[in-house]
Design a protein around this ligand. Sequence first.
Ligand code: PBG
Length: 329
Amino acid sequence: MLYRPRRNRKSAAIRAMVEETQVHTRNLIYPLFVIDGKNLQVEVASMPGQYRRSPDLLLKEIEECLKLGITTFDLFPAFPDEKKDKEASLSYNPENFYLQAISRVKKELPEACLMSDVALDPYNSDGHDGLVRGGKILNDETLEVLAKMAVAQAEAGIDIIGPSDMMDGRVEYLRNALDARGFTDVSIMSYTAKYASAFYNPFRDALDSAPREGEGIPTNKKTYQMNPANSREALLEADLDAAEGADFLMVKPALAYLDIIKLLKDNYNLPIAAYNVSGEYAMVKAAAERGWLNGEAIMLETLLSIKRAGADIILTYFAKEFAKLQANR
Ligand code: PBG
């Protein structure tokens, strides 16, 4: 036998030498949920180990994570329903605790790289990423609100904005709005191929941001998020985002869409990010809790597969667990 591929697997030393893919803590972005108040930390029921934290505890958490080598944090606010309105006007009100939390973290921990979410759903009483009128999600009217939100976040000191709304034309609209106010250094990580997925439910629990039940409110996000059946459409979205000035292209969710990650990696020269979403996290935690799977091994294999598929950056709720494991090796 001339070829014995097993020879390259015969010892830990050789396996390590020929290993093609490594995940590093510096590749990860850690999503964190923020609530108003002081000294508050509430676990998200469907995401064991993930919390909604008040800004003071958020600061502590970020400080700890920085020490573990995590550099970048994606912050998501949870607002009480009574603060929300149909126009999502809270999203650009400088008094809102989320914008204040961004400023505070940037002031006290300037080395932390902060990313935000640009979409209406945490602020909107209809629970949609865009403005809802007459049973429809308005595109162009939504852009104006997104731009005000992005500028407010830039004023608060955000490093990267993450438009997750899937409105057409938003990357260019946001780029222009930011540049016009001098925020030429604020980056855009576009949710390029964001699918209408059932994997987001635990996240919507965390933020109370699911589409509301009510007359004239669509029950799902299928008129703006992509059909999971489509991959060529991801190329179309990526063409637009690249032309409109995105700095990073993101695929979301990650695991059921590894082919899309690879597709974008092979066709674009921009860095590719993948969002290992809440449902992917919840599945691993639930099975591990029952002793059905080894949670740590599944985490490592999952992150590796996303990186191998072509993601340069992975947004994952496992970031801290992974970083701790690396630090203790
Ligand atoms: C909101 C947004 C969602 C996620 C990130 N930003 C949910 C949605 O589109 O309904 C999902 C993240 C996750 O599931 O971890 N625009």
